[in-house]
Design a binder for this molecule. Sequence first.
Ligand code: SPV
Ligand code: MG
Length: 433
Amino acid sequence: MKKVFVGMSGDVFHHGHINIIETARKLGDVTVGLMTDEGIVSYKRPPLLNYDQRKKIIENIKGVSKVIPQDGLNDYIRIIRQLKPDYVVHGTDWREGIQKSTREKVIEVLKEVGGELIEPEYTKDISSTALVNELLELGTTPDVRLKKLRRLIKLKPIVRLLEVHNGLTGRIVEKTRVDLDGEIREFDGMWISSLTDSISKGKPDIEYVDFTSRNQTIDQICDVTTKPIIVDGDTGGMAEHFSYAVKTLERLGVSAVIIEDKIGLKRNSLFGADANQTQDSIENFSNKISAGKRSQVTEEFMIIARIESLILRKGIDNALERAYAYIQAGADGIMIHSKEKSPDEIVTFCKAYRHFDKKVPLIVVPTTYNQITEQELIDIGVNIVIYANHLLRSAYPPMLKTAETILKNGRSFEAEKLCLPINEILTLIPGGK
Ligand code: SPV
Ligand code: MG
């Protein structure tokens, strides 16, 4: 019996997959290399079904003898060297895009082991990616969305969030993708910033826009998106109030709330020591975290403690002492914030944090030290990066310019080139016609 190898993700299984397996089983004994969840997220969005669920399906397909884990596209090489298959079967789709270079490497290594590549014509008019996109357009449930963040943290080297403040910006995070030589890069989720939620309502970021109002923003965003959400919970208010907020956020399907260890009238952290800001005591803030944890309904919701020691110039040791205490109090994550132009103090904190015995996911918001790359953050152990205000900040200057242009000219003709064409805004959100 000849040995045949087929690599696949097998998420949203369809007749195109069956066509491949049918070709393979006519050639011999079929081993499927099933992409692990980590392997898939190394080049595209996480699968809808996890590895074990997909394995169960593929194992039960006629003609499949064995399913083995495949850890990403590069793992083809290891598997082929080990298995020494007579044939590798793959649809013609991998002649283009991210899998193109994998295909070339597979051809090389097949020469080494004396095997052959068989490429059945890719089944037209069906693709898992298109099916998944259609499923996502149907929407999601609070329960499914809430669980997504923990899964992403587990699977991805870094989880990438962008600020949203209404339904439209939610759609931008939901849909924007770039294709970098076949690697599909997108945002993993949304940050609901107190700064941009307040400013977009014409209010300062001083916790005046309270949870009742913030929840309306969140609800609006949930209505038109499926990606996970972290909410900026400001100081969390009084522990008694925070306990209620946690339950409401869970009911809405939010995955995590971040609360900052400040007390009294809250000012935005980026004012730093220029504004009158007071840090809470370790004891009081730890009690608030514990109260939130006790009130939680689901297992998966995360309460993340945000440390303001660097913002308030209290030093790294103070920040580390607080991180330790907040983890003891039950925090599911630590956000360390800085308003320095250089990332040095964040890097120092993250490196010291690595030596903690009990660690929880680490979150940073590189607004001022924005030269740091995601790869550099991964290297110092950061789990989540938040781009905290960029959609609102980038929208405001052109809006102001349009308003001024209309005033200066006494008509809108000159402003037209600054605007999205009417036919494009009409069709921006499907279903309008
Ligand atoms: C926000 O986005 O509201 C934040 C982050 O809290 S920062 O503005 O940097 O304080
Ligand atoms: Mg805020």
